[in-house]
Design a protein around this ligand. Structure first.
Ligand code: HEM
Length: 139
């Protein structure tokens, strides 16, 4: 391109974000419903989420998860909630428990029938959070 030429790129020229490829807000809300149903149906995961028996707390968590996943899938530049390490550091979550949460995540994501590259990338970006979530408690 010549230096005196200006490249004008409209938003329609850009590839849609992974978030939009997954189906945007509507699909993400559905996924978060599925994911939390899966979490609350597993006795081990559910006991960590006891406070979410309260419907207001549950709605708040759903809202936060939609926002967090939107951020992880490049649908928005920031997550306004708490830092993942700060949220999880006192919970004593083990590798085994994190693996369990990832299995639920994968099973429920599959129900949305996403395209394979989006499916794989979403799972990878969540699995990569392990060091921020699995934090041994001090002895
Ligand atoms: C699979 C990866 C996980 C992701 C992406 C994730 C994400 C999140 C997010 C976004 C929040 C809300 C943070 C905020 O307040 O801004 C949260 C809170 C929480 N997470 Fe996770 N989490 C994961 C795994 C787990 C696991 C395995 C457990 C326990 C079994 C867990 C237990 C909790 C609890 C108890 C809270 C609420 C903390 C509080 O409000 O006091 N999380 N998580």
């Amino acid at each position: 391109m010549k230096s005196d030429q200006i490249s004008i790129m409209s938003s329609s020229d850009r590839e849609p974000s992974l978030y939009d490829q997954l189906g945007g807000d509507r699909k993400m809300s559905l996924f978060v419903d599925y994911f939390l149903d899966g979490v609350m149906s597993d006795s081990e995961l559910a006991c960590y989420h006891a406070k979410f028996q309260d419907s207001y707390e549950m709605e708040l968590l759903k809202f936060k998860l939609v926002q967090f996943f939107k951020f992880k899938l490049d649908g928005q530049a920031h997550y306004i909630g708490k830092d993942m390490y700060e949220v999880h550091k006192t919970l004593g979550i083990t590798d085994k428990l994190f693996d369990k949460a990832c299995v639920v995540f994968t099973q429920q994501l599959r129900r949305l029938k996403p395209k394979m590259p989006v499916f794989r990338e979403f799972i990878k970006r969540i699995s990569d959070l392990r060091p921020c979530i699995v934090i041994p408690l001090p002895k």
